[in-house]
Ligand binder design. Structure first.
Ligand code: 5AD
Ligand code: FES
Length: 360
């Protein structure tokens, strides 16, 4: 079994694509293996993934300054701690002023990408978002602005882009429509999510998709479908992280996703998408102390340290025990820099666009 799996990985390295059936077989083989054989397989995969990564990016790791500007959300995803139905959560919104202060601090620290992430909080109208984006781009013309604010109408996406937004993160969460319904209430639709992603690409954003690993009900076939979907969409960024249960959600008692499988999938993603921007996520760092370092060594090349004011960080609680929410993490960049040097990679001050991407 291990031989077959290694052969598939080598094939993937050469061809940068497997069939859906072949991805699924590979994931299932991985899952049936003894721990030791699995580790050997991962080792082989990660070595190939690093080779690819270094061919394209050298040993450079890009930074994105994450500004979690509102934890209000109109939606009720079953997995997410900031869902509307969570009455226990203390809600906050940053003012434009506060957001700009985060950017100023971030710029001085060397960040050249700002990611504005928030729940679907319609207190921020599309005009408000445009306003904020315009002001950031005016003050920091050498920086990229990434939005991560969920589903909007095409017209709003177009206006954000006109206002200067460069990139948009919208994880597809799962490519399987039935699994999507396991994770979301009926008012959220798989079809609309997919439409949003296609619109964002058409408009000309660098687009990020992605999914949780080990979300409730996820099968290896679903993961193969995610690969297939991503091959079709050809996103510029792919964010994956383990599912982590949150105590005040319907999934409070579900078990967490696996770090090992997340790392394996990072390797598979790097071999499938050599040029893609692939973060080692906070969720990965939450389930394992060196999760983000391991992510880089498995093929990831982006880190998204938190730039939000420390006072609100605990309140942006997508899942339990999230790292970087205490006083000690005031400047995650220093922490991240040390960690990355520790594995012989280098954090760079660069916008870190998708290789060869031109905005039109
Ligand atoms: N565990 C892991 N990831 C989560 N996200 C939301 N809730 C959780 C959770 N409980 C992820 C989703 C979302 C991104 C912002 O965070 O994939 O798209
Ligand atoms: Fe935030 Fe280490 S990255 S404390």
């Amino acid at each position: 079994m291990k031989k077959q799996a290694i052969e598939k990985i080598r094939q993937l390295y050469r061809q940068q694509e497997l069939t859906k059936e072949s991805y699924q077989e590979l994931f299932e083989q991985w899952s049936y293996m003894e721990a030791e054989a699995r580790q050997e397989l991962s080792k082989e995969l990660f070595a190939l993934a690093r080779r690819r990564q270094q061919q394209v990016f050298g040993k450079q790791v890009y930074l994105r300054g994450l500004i979690e500007f509102t934890n209000h959300c109109r939606n009720n995803c079953y997995y997410c701690g900031i869902r509307a139905g969570n009455r226990k959560l203390e809600r906050y919104r940053l003012s434009k002023e506060q957001i700009l202060n985060c950017c100023q601090e971030g710029y001085q620290l060397g960040f050249r990408t700002f990611v504005l992430q928030g729940g679907e909080d319609r207190c921020f109208t599309s005009d408000d978002i445009c306003d904020i984006v315009r002001e950031i781009k005016k003050r920091y013309p050498d920086c990229a602005v990434t939005l991560s604010i969920g589903e909007w109408e095409r017209d709003s996406y177009e206006r954000f882009f006109q206002a200067g937004a460069d990139r948009y993160l919208l994880r597809h969460e799962t490519a399987n429509a039935i699994h999507y319904e396991v994770l979301h209430p009926p008012e959220l639709s798989w079809k609309h999510r997919q439409e949003c992603l296609r619109q964002l690409k058409e408009i000309g954003y660098q687009v990020g998709a992605g999914f949780m690993v080990g979300s409730p009900g996820q099968t290896y076939e679903n993961l193969a479908e995610d690969m297939q979907f991503l091959l079709e969409l050809q996103p510029h960024m792919i964010g994956i992280g383990p599912f982590i249960s949150h105590k005040d959600t319907p999934f409070a008692d579900q078990k967490n996703g696996s770090v090992e499988l997340t790392l394996f999938l990072i390797g598979i993603l790097r071999l499938t998408f050599p040029k893609v921007l692939l973060p080692a996520t906070t969720a990965l760092g939450t389930l394992a102390a060196d999760g983000r370092e391991q992510g880089i060594l498995a093929g990831a090349n982006v880190l998204m340290p938190n730039l939000s004011p420390v006072a609100v960080r605990k309140q942006y609680s997508l899942y339990d025990n999230k790292i970087c929410t205490g006083e000690e993490s005031a400047q995650c960049i220093h922490c991240v820099q040390n960690r990355i040097r520790g594995i012989d990679y280098e954090v760079v001050t660069d916008r870190g666009d998708y290789p060869g991407f031109v905005r039109h």
